[in-house]
Design a protein around this ligand. Structure first.
Ligand SMILES: [Zn+2]
Length: 420
């Protein structure tokens, strides 16, 4: 395998991962080497997950943003870590140190999960937030990905994706839920032969019943929807046989908590998804509130797929897939506008405001290093993801608008909803 022996052993041993002992190892090194935890929990002894839950209080993005260095281990070799910035859905960017070898863990987990719908490291069509310029797709030979433009949604482009997949016998479509839903609708509408297609693997947006009905209408094509997030602490898969999301404790230590850090225990109750890393000793986020919520469905074994552990009936994400519209009614989701670039390092907050299709205002709270050239680059990056006729402008503000209940809104629409 191109990912090497560590990947292979992670892949084989994935379901047997002893998450509690991994968690305890990370906690032990955090208490020793990470200033935030070392100071806060001085002298404490943790010998079980229950000890850990009793002693550690939750943290959130604001806590980490407040003191990045305090969350960084003093004992690591920094050259073995990448500094990544996550942004988009929560307005303020978060800098994170992630181990260079995270792919060993990440892909072993993803491939293990996807194997439930027949995935065996075969080629995938990937349709997410990539903008492909000057051609229809690019190939990533290492990951065996055919990467298509996630922003082109014309009938011609859907035909092109279809032709490439059919011609090259690509059995898996992996993308944002809304993109995959569009493609599935296209197949049904046109009555096309899709015998080469084995499964849709979807992620990153809320998943709605009307979308499930479309995926279910394609005979012989499986569907897996999964939940993950950029801090890489929690992974959950949607099991279509049971209609439940199953959380993978092998990937990260996951809890569903109320606002007082108590476990949600009643079926049907909504709790915040709280994750703890099992691998990232360089910058360990422990009991980290993700800002995403799930409706608790209990702990136990799934009668359909055998999954063991916590499940939820619904995931209510920040990733809600808000849309911003071009003048012709085509749209881009705010998830897709997520800008993984150094731009995030220079802004302290971001919000999209739309008063009519074809016009988009980007509100920005300037951060350090922000100047007019950053504003122009930001404008150009967003504009490149919208249709060329769409006008994009940037406005500097001191604070962002919130909803009546105080929640942050990544996008604000000043008009009636566009029918879709
Ligand atoms: Zn199941």
């Amino acid at each position: 395998m191109i990912f090497g022996p560590r990947y292979a052993s992670r892949f084989r041993g994935y379901w047997k991962t002893d998450s509690e002992s991994r968690l305890l190892a990370v906690v032990e090194s955090a208490l020793r080497d990470v200033p935030f935890y070392a100071q806060r929990y001085k002298g404490i002894r943790i010998t079980s997950a229950a000890d850990f839950k009793a002693a550690f209080s939750t943290i959130d993005k604001d806590v980490v943003l407040g003191d990045y260095e305090a969350f960084t281990s003093t004992a690591i070799d920094r050259s073995r870590y990448d500094e990544c910035t996550t942004g988009g859905t929560s307005g303020k960017p978060l800098r994170l140190l992630l181990p260079r070898d995270r792919y060993v863990h990440e892909y072993a987990a993803l491939h293990r999960m996807w194997s439930k719908v027949g995935y065996r490291f075969s080629p995938r069509a990937v349709v997410r937030n990539e903008r492909i310029v000057g051609r229809d797709f690019i190939i990533n030979p290492i990951l065996r990905e055919y990467v298509f433009d996630g922003f082109r949604s014309s009938e011609e482009y859907l035909e092109r994706i279809y032709e490439v997949m059919k011609h090259r016998n690509i059995g898996f479509y992996h993308g944002y839920t809304s993109n995959a839903h569009e493609f599935a609708r296209f197949l049904l509408r046109r009555g096309l032969d899709h015998s080469f297609l084995k499964a849709f693997i979807t992620t990153s947006e809320n998943f709605y019943p009307h979308q499930k009905a479309v995926f279910d209408a394609l005979p012989g094509v499986k569907h897996m929807n999964f939940y993950g997030h950029s801090e890489k602490l929690v992974l959950a898969e949607y099991c279509s046989a049971s209609g439940l999301y199953h959380f993978h404790q092998q990937y990260g230590f996951c809890e569903l908590l109320d606002e007082f850090d108590r476990d949600v225990v009643s079926i049907g109750e909504v709790g915040e998804i709280v994750g703890s890393t099992l691998y990232n000793v360089g910058m360990p986020l422990l009991r980290y509130r993700t800002g995403d919520y799930a409706r608790y469905a209990g702990v136990g074994q799934c009668a359909h797929c055998g999954h063991q552990g916590m499940s939820a009936t619904e995931i209510l994400g920040r990733w809600a897939g808000d849309r911003v519209y071009n003048a012709d009614g085509s749209y881009v989701t705010t998830t897709a506008l997520n800008l993984h670039s150094d731009l995030y390092a220079r802004i302290a907050g971001l919000q999209y405001v739309q008063s009519q299709p074809g016009e988009l205002l980007v509100r920005v709270i300037p951060g350090s290093g922000y100047d007019s050239s950053v504003a122009e680059r930001l404008r150009a990056v967003v504009a490149a993801k919208m249709a060329s006729a769409t006008s994009v402008s940037v406005e500097e503000v001191r604070e962002l608008e919130k909803s009546a209940n105080g929640k942050f809104l990544l996008s604000i629409s000043r008009r009636d909803k566009v029918a879709s």
